[in-house]
Design a protein around this ligand. Structure first.
Ligand code: FES
Length: 547
């Protein structure tokens, strides 16, 4: 606590009638002096909600009501009895001659941290943006680590996610990665965006329990893979917990997850994307948080839609089943390989099995995983630049912007899985190759609206900057500026801007950034009520067509 001595205020107790308030300045700090029938009190003058002066409000007994939005504070201890946040109380003394002296309490930020963290947890629990924002700024000023602050939301949200965690925690991971784009107090923006996505999505949900860890002997990659495949969620979680308990680290457990997300084309690639985010997150906040982050990801992988089992993927899967992935995995990539246009044409065309043949030919000719993914990113970016967003508001068609963005973030995630496998010597290449084929499928399949509408004009984008680093950083900052109302759209803008920035640096091309810039600025469906009503009417009247 700052040892400021009692300061003469120039006020006499006789200047203040019982039941009145007065604003004074003490050492430059605005203080609200309050005289009740019980005594004299001093609290912060600025209401913690939006900073208006409390003397503009009303005093009733020992309660001050802020005039602006009705928050109420007890003057004896500063507690907020209605609203989100307490006011600070200052020491006040009346000398024998009636002179009022005040000591402004300026607690050392470090000693305040436990109290601020408790307040931040309360803000997260109640989904109060203002409280979270103020506490994050204060905690940053008290030298808190951004990862520590995001962790408060993850510790709250991951155990509460209904079917395993998803976009909110993945997006918080991207937000945490963006903190370095800001300085000082401005670092609060990505942190608060990340936290609020979780607070909003997991509010008022019960905590899901976890099973006991499996024994060390039972906790194997094979047992885990079999449990996920058999949809035995608790059993799969117990293996992860058992492995962590025996001391396995990221390098041991990453291949477990890469294997299961490569077993299926899972939820438009979300299995691969969320796994990438989980391990990136743990790299940033520490492996000691793995026993929360990883087991609560498992239900997401178990319950995710196995798209490869659905009728629309049958022709593709039939073609894929004839390919010897082991043989393909043994081929070395060729230095300087580039697509002669065949693969790109297949991905942008309308033949459902063409991507299998073209990807196979590319891999056989030395493209390697990176070479194919480069073309996938190019194709998806082209699709985004020529997407006719009039279709976004066609309620009979549930295809839209978000579907296309997955093509890019999926390819980026698979590149990450592959790089981890190559650089850390873990992960099975055949599993990774299956994922590569799935990204090729998705790149082509997200063009399906073009098959019944038309290929739109290629939209011209004015680059935000000439150099790719600045361009990508600017897009990431834009994605955090509330340009969208629906959390799910916001999360896709964040995810896409992050992935596109890294893809642009990999390829040296601005195409993925241009595509993201267009997505961020384009009209998008933000609420899904009207479309859902329309589709429900069609469904209940037997008019829905699905293939
Ligand atoms: S400023 Fe006081 S309640 Fe809003």
């Amino acid at each position: 606590m700052d040892a400021t001595l009692l300061t003469e205020t120039g006020i006499s107790i006789d200047d203040l009638a019982i039941g009145t308030m007065k604003m004074i300045k003490v050492d430059g700090h605005r203080v609200c002096l309050v005289r009740t029938s019980e005594g004299l009190h001093a609290i912060d003058h600025a209401c913690p909600h939006e900073g208006y002066g409390l003397t503009q409000g009303e005093l009733d007994g020992d309660l001050v009501t802020c005039a602006w939005h009705n928050w109420k504070f007890r003057v004896t201890d500063g507690v907020c009895v209605q609203g989100e946040e307490a006011v600070r109380v200052h020491d006040v003394e009346v000398a024998d001659d009636g002179a009022v002296r005040v000591t402004v309490n300026r607690p050392d930020p470090a000693t305040l941290r436990p109290q601020l963290l408790a307040s931040l947890r309360s803000g997260i629990r109640h989904d109060y943006t203002g409280q979270v924002a103020r506490d994050v700024v204060r905690l940053l000023q008290a030298d808190s680590n951004p990862g520590e602050l995001i962790w408060e939301a993850i510790a709250h949200g991951a155990p509460r996610a209904e079917f395993g965690w998803g976009h909110s925690i993945a997006s918080a991971t991207d937000c945490l990665s963006m903190v370095d784009l800001y300085e000082g107090d401005q670092r609060a923006l990505p942190i608060v965006q990340g936290i609020m996505g979780i607070a909003e999505n997991e509010r008022d949900r019960p905590v899901n329990s976890l099973p006991a860890p499996a024994s060390s002997a039972d906790a194997t990659a094979g047992a885990f893979r079999s449990a996920v495949e058999g949809e035995r969620t608790a059993e799969a979680q117990s293996y992860v917990l058992g492995a962590i308990e025996r001391g396995d680290g990221a390098d041991e457990l990453r291949p477990w997850f890469t294997a299961v997300v490569g077993d299926h084309h899972l939820s438009y690639g979300h299995g691969a994307i969320y796994t990438q985010k989980a391990f990136e997150l743990l790299d940033m906040i520490g492996w000691d948080r793995a026993s929360t982050v990883l087991p609560y990801l498992v239900p997401t992988l178990v319950y995710g839609t196995r798209e490869d089992k659905l009728p629309y993927m049958r022709p593709f899967m039939k073609s894929l089943s004839g390919i010897d992935l082991m043989e393909l995995a043994a081929r070395e990539p060729l230095d300087g390989w580039s697509d002669d246009g065949t693969l790109l044409a297949a991905l942008l065309g309308d033949q459902r099995t063409a991507p299998v043949d073209a990807t196979l030919a590319a891999l056989r000719s030395g493209a390697g995983v990176d070479g194919v993914l480069d073309v996938v990113v190019q194709a998806v970016s082209e699709r985004m630049l020529r997407y006719d967003h009039a279709g976004e508001f066609d309620f009979a068609d549930d295809f839209g912007w978000l579907d296309i963005t997955h093509g890019l973030t999926y390819a980026h995630a698979v590149r990450w899985h592959h790089r981890q496998a190559v650089e850390r010597g873990s992960g099975a290449l055949p599993d990774l190759l299956r994922l590569v084929f799935f990204t090729a499928f998705l790149a082509q399949w997200t063009g399906r609206h073009e098959w019944h509408t038309r290929v739109g004009e290629r939209h011209a984008v004015e680059p935000l900057a000439a150099d790719l680093v600045t361009y990508g950083n600017e897009l990431q900052r834009q994605s955090l500026l509330d340009g969208t109302t629906a959390f799910i759209v916001h999360a896709h803008a964040v995810k896409m801007s992050r992935a596109a920035s890294l893809e642009a640096l990999h390829s040296g091309s601005s195409l993925a950034l241009d595509a993201t810039a267009r997505f961020i600025e384009a009209p998008k469906l933000e609420r899904f009520v009207a479309a859902t009503v329309e589709r429900s009417i069609d469904f209940l009247n037997g008019r829905t067509q699905r293939d």
